[in-house]
Design a protein around this ligand. Structure first.
Ligand code: ZN
Length: 341
């Protein structure tokens, strides 16, 4: 931010009250054409913090793109106090190929932050993004989905030991927060390490727009922006129940012990009890079925969508719920007639 309240990046500035849509060059193709990421910067007329919203660091994870675009282009931001930096597609080469990684040597852009000038192509791209559009911010939300072939219920990943990240992680108002430090090279981890508290929002599956999840994430963004005063008319929302998963014994990836074709018996977000059969691994003749039971009572945060496994492949991600939370979730998931509705 410059003294007059403008948001500045290498090559431009966005004054208070101004919105800019730009395509910013971060690399060049084999043909020498620019690789440009779409960026929308909305600088409110009133002072306030600067927040970035980013998506598609993994090129095939699409839900977040719609979240970021709707904030940028459909929200009424006339009362905005602060600046929003919208980065709907970080990994443009991956997005064009509809694949997770950068097509150049299959590099993971989300392990290349904060990047470095004069280094590999992925680190140069990360460096351009990071220095121009992340470093000037006060907080950030990076949207992801599950890896192809699996799906996640909407949840936040945040380093809850960091006071500033904790504030943002709570403000987003998701039911489930998985407390972990962002791995080295991730946008979340490196932005947080650089003093910009950043959370990841995981939602749904790759290659899809899932309207219900997009709406839930938009509500989360509004709630987070309310917490930081970007949107004074909005309020921070309480999600009804919340569980913060910290220790590794409170969560587990249940892995297949047999190869086969998987019959999943629950959707992501379902509550399962210890001993419940979550899935059945079958062979082509359906004559040697292998049941998979829940090792403890908890919530299925992630499940397999592409129903085939080798031994060792993940089937689902189960997180433990404490007793009071379990009862609230149970009531919420009970059939409508049982709730008297
Ligand atoms: Zn991702």
């Amino acid at each position: 931010m410059s003294d007059d309240g403008s948001f500045t990046y290498n090559g431009g500035a966005v004054a208070p009250g101004e919105t800019q849509n730009l395509r910013y060059g971060i690399s060049e193709t084999y043909l020498g054409d620019p690789v440009r990421i779409p960026v929308t910067i909305i600088n409110g007329e009133r002072d306030g913090p600067t927040a970035f919203l980013s998506a598609a660091a993994h090129g095939d994870e699409l839900n977040g793109i719609e979240v970021v675009r709707e904030v940028a282009h459909e929200w009424d931001l006339s009362e905005l106090a602060g600046t929003i930096v919208c980065l709907p597609v970080l990994n443009v080469p991956g997005f064009l190929a509809q694949q997770r990684y950068l097509p150049v040597y299959d590099r993971d852009l989300n392990r290349s932050f904060p990047g470095r000038a004069g280094s590999t192509s992925s680190k140069r791209m990360a460096h351009q993004i990071f220095t121009n559009f992340v470093e000037p911010c006060d907080l950030g939300i990076d949207f992801h989905t599950s890896t192809r072939g699996r799906t996640n219920m909407l949840h936040v990943r945040a380093d809850m030991a960091d006071e500033d990240v904790h504030r943002l992680g709570m403000a987003f108002g998701s039911n489930v927060v998985i407390d972990s430090e962002g791995p080295s090279g991730t946008l979340r981890g490196e932005a947080t390490a650089a003093g910009i508290p950043t959370i990841t929002v995981e939602m749904g599956e790759a290659h899809r727009f899932q309207r219900g999840l997009i709406d839930a994430a938009l509500a989360g963004v509004e709630s987070a922006f309310a917490e930081y005063g970007l949107l004074e008319q909005s309020s921070v929302r309480w999600p009804g129940w919340r569980t913060i998963i910290a220790g590794s014994d409170e969560k587990t990836w249940i892995r297949a012990d047999a190869g086969g074709i998987v019959d999943m018996h629950y959707d992501s977000g379902a509550l399962v009890r210890e001993g419940d059969r979550i899935a059945t691994i079958t062979n082509p003749f359906k004559d040697d079925n292998e049941p998979v039971a829940a090792p403890f009572t908890g919530l299925l945060v992630g499940v397999l969508e592409n129903p085939v496994v080798y031994p060792g492949n993940p089937l689902c991600h189960l997180v433990e719920l404490d007793e009071p939370t379990r009862r609230v979730v149970e009531a919420e998931q009970a059939p409508a007639d049982a709730r008297g509705a």
